[in-house]
Design a protein around this ligand. Structure first.
Ligand code: ADP
Ligand code: MG
Length: 273
């Protein structure tokens, strides 16, 4: 202590200067203790939800400068939980954390089995979940590269996927179609996005519905690529038909005229000659 602040003992010290310095010291301590509080808040958010390996991955992401701090929880699904986080530059990010083994995962193995990109997966739950997160990350990269409107994927580490936050400047997340007013223009955009996904990215979403399609100020966006499959996947046709039927059913319910499902599928595949 003394060696850090020797000037304090000088009798001619200007009183104001000493007080300023004390203030600075205090605010530094305050800052530090606030950081500590924030750190422990992070752990409260995750209390009893995540295992130690997941907490360690979150720490790694902090060390790597991918995130600075967890902000709060946004959504909880059967296979994953979604959190908002603050990046070191102050922008918001999304953490999608895949949960350790669930019955749902086993059921959904069919989406990974048969996809040549994931042929090296060892049985054993943790690596399977990591593969799932990696698959979603790769699918998002491929979709984005092809020009499909999806959140920008930033990093993937084991079961944790980091992507850009999509929402307004106040930190409110964008709303899914189920919570939005929709128009025939929105329907046209959905079909357009699914078409680019199929023809340019060579992917079928396979979990498309009013819950995974979002309406932003600048247009329709597709989320949630964990189930997407390559068009070569043996079930891709079946998944595409189901996706189109889900989309049609939703827009029809909202009183919007939709394409015939068979025609829509042909259009998406580029077979409507
Ligand atoms: N990049 C993002 N920006 C804003 N909100 C997001 C983002 N990603 C996910 N969300 C929110 O989290 C929810 C769940 O994410 P999703 O990827 O659909 O996971 P799940 O497999 O649990 O459905 C979304 O419906 C959306 O409300
Ligand atoms: Mg979803």
């Amino acid at each position: 202590m003394l060696s850090e602040e020797p000037e304090e003992q000088l009798p001619k010290e200007n009183g104001q200067k000493a007080m300023d310095r004390a203030d600075r010291r205090l605010s530094r301590r305050e800052r530090e203790s606030r950081l500590l509080v924030k750190r422990s808040e992070d752990y409260d958010v995750f209390d009893n939800v995540f295992d130690v390996p997941t907490l360690m991955i979150i720490n790694d992401l902090k060390d790597d400068g991918v995130i600075h701090q967890i902000r709060g929880s946004l959504a909880a699904g059967k296979e994953s939980k979604v959190y908002t986080a603050i990046a070191p530059d102050g922008t918001l990010r999304i953490l999608k954390i895949y949960l350790t083994v669930s019955a749902e995962f086993k059921k959904r193995l069919q989406y990974i089995a048969g996809d040549p990109r994931f042929s090296d997966i060892k049985p054993g739950s943790r690596s399977l979940i990591a593969a799932w997160a990696r698959k979603e990350f790769k699918n998002m990269l491929a979709a984005r590269a092809a020009g499909v409107r999806v959140p920008r994927p930033i990093a993937v580490k084991k079961n944790v996927l980091v992507m850009e936050f999509v929402g307004d400047s106040e930190g409110n997340a964008v709303r899914p179609l189920i919570e939005s007013k929709v128009t025939s223009g929105d329907y046209r955009q959905v079909i357009e996005q699914v078409t680019i996904l199929y023809q340019k990215a060579r992917l079928v979403h396979a979990d498309l519905s009013e819950y995974n399609i979002f309406k932003t100020d600048s247009g329709i966006m597709l989320f949630d690529f964990g189930s997407a499959v390559d068009v070569q996947h043996p079930n891709s046709k079946q998944f595409l038909v189901r996706d189109v039927m889900n989309v049609n059913r939703f827009f029809e319910k909202r009183g919007i005229e939709v394409l015939d499902a068979v025609q829509a599928v042909e259009k998406i595949k580029g077979e409507n000659k």
